[in-house]
Design a protein around this ligand. Sequence first.
Ligand code: UD1
Ligand code: CA
Length: 482
Amino acid sequence: MHVTSSFQVQGALGQRPVVDVVIMAAGKGTRMKSKTPKVLHALAGRPLLGHVLETAAQLLARKVVVITGHGAIEVEAACAESTGGRVEFDLNFVRQEPQLGTGHAVQQAVPALADDGVVVVLSGDVPLTQADTLYHLIAACGGDKLALLTLEQRDPTGYGRIVRAGDVVQAIVEHKDASDVQRQITEIYSGIMAVPAAALKRWLARLDNQNAQKEYYLTDIVKFAVADGVGVVAHKIDDAVQVAGVNSPVQLAELERAYQVRQAHRLMEEGVRLADPARIDVRGDLLCAHDVSIDVNCVFEGMVNLGEGVSIGAHCVIANAVIEAGAVIHPFTHIDGEKLGVTVGAGALIGPFARLRPGAKLGAEVHIGNFVEVKNSTLAQGAKANHLAYLGDATVGERVNYGAGSITANYDGANKHRTVIEADVHVGSNCVLVAPVTIGAGGTVGGGSTITKNTEPGALSVARGKQVSIANWARPAKKPKA
Ligand code: UD1
Ligand code: CA
C-alpha cells in the first residue's frame, strides 16, 4: 500500500485537524445472498472494508473505529489481517447488536472517541471514496462545522434528501419520511460526513427513533446542528462512483468495472500501452516503468513491478512478481510469487504457457518455454528450459540447457531436496534428476537418463537401459481366418 497524502501538503499550508474515522459495518447485506459478510466481499482482490481502511490510512487518521454486527468475528479477523499489523492508526472494534440504525451505530463508537478530533463517518460497503474528496470535506468542516458529502442523483429514490432553506442546509429527510415535495429534491446525502467529535456526541445523545423506520437516524443530527446554531455545509461532488455502496452482486460488479477503468487510465497516463483498457484487471499494486505494453485479458495481483520495455502477452495472470527491463512474457503465462515472490531477469523470454511459482528467481536472458514449471529455483544468466519440463528446488548455473521433458525429482514423499546443475551443463530430453544431486559444470546428461548420483564436471552421464537391435526381425502376422 502506498500512502500518498495531499493532506501532508495541506498540513504545510494550515493547521491539520486530528481525524478519527468511524466505519459502519454492522449491516447484514441481505441482497448479496451470501454467507460472507457484505463488507468482506472482494473488490479488486481486496475486501470492501479493506479499501475503506486504506482510505482511512491516507487520511492519516489517529484512530479508526469499526462498528461490527453481522459476522462481527469474521469481519474483525479480516480487518486485523488486511492491515497486516501495520500501525498506521489505532484500530478499534465496537459491536452493535442489534442494529437499530446508523445513529445507533455511531452511538456505539462514542466511548472510543476523544472529544478533540474531527470524526469522519464512512461505510464499510462504500469502497471507492477518494482521500482527496475527504480532505475537502474535512476542510469544509474546519473543525467546527458539520460537513456533509452530497451528490445530485437523477433518481434519488431511497436516499436521504438535503433540505435547504435558500442555500442553507436545514435537514436530511430520509426517503421514507419525506413529503412528496421533499421527494422531488435530487441532492442526496452520500452517507459520509465530517463532524467535530464533541458536538457529534452531544447530538447523538438526543436521537430518537420516532420515524417511518423506527430507527435511530444519524442524519437527524443535522437538525440539531441547525438548532444549536452550528454551521452545516454540503460538499457536493459529481462523481457517483466515490459514494456508491454495494448492496448486490450487480452493484459489486459495476464498481469493480469502474475501479478497473480508473486503474487502466492511470496506467495509460503513466505511459503504459494497453491493447484494450477494458480488458485488464489490476487487483493490487501494478508499478510500471516506461514503455511497458500489456496485451488483452491480463490479470495482475498483489505487488507486481514491470521494468522498462517489458511486454506482457495476452491472457497472462501475474501475481507478486518483479519483471525486469526488456523481458517478454508470452501469452497464457501464469506467474504467482505468493509470499516468496518471483523475479524474471532482464531480457528473459517466458512462455507461452509457462508457469512460474513462488521462489522462481530467473536471471537475465533466461528462456522458459511452453509447459515449463519452475518453483523455488534459481536460474543463472542465459539458462534455458524451453519445453515441457519441471525445475523445483534447483540451482541452475549460467547457460545451462535443460532438455524437453526433464524433471527434478525433488520430493521423496516426505522431504524436499535440492538439485544443483552447474554452469554450462547440457541436460538431454526426458531426464529425471533425483535430488539431492549435483551435475558438475560443463557436464552432459544423455537423454532418458535417471540420475541418482553426483556427476563429475565435464563428464557425459548416461543412465538408462542399453539399446538392443535385432536385425531383420519379423513382426508377428495375423493368422488367416478359418
Ligand atoms: C443512509 C442514510 C441516507 C443516505 C444513505 C446513503 C441514514 C439514516 N440514512 O441510508 O440518508 O442517503 O445512507 O447510502 O443514515 N449500518 C450499521 N448499523 C445499523 C444500520 C446501518 O452499521 O444499524 C451500516 C450499514 O451496514 C451500512 C451503513 O451503515 O454500511 C448505511 O446503512 P444503510 O442501511 O445502507 O443506509 P440507509 O439507512 O439506507
Ligand atoms: Ca444504503
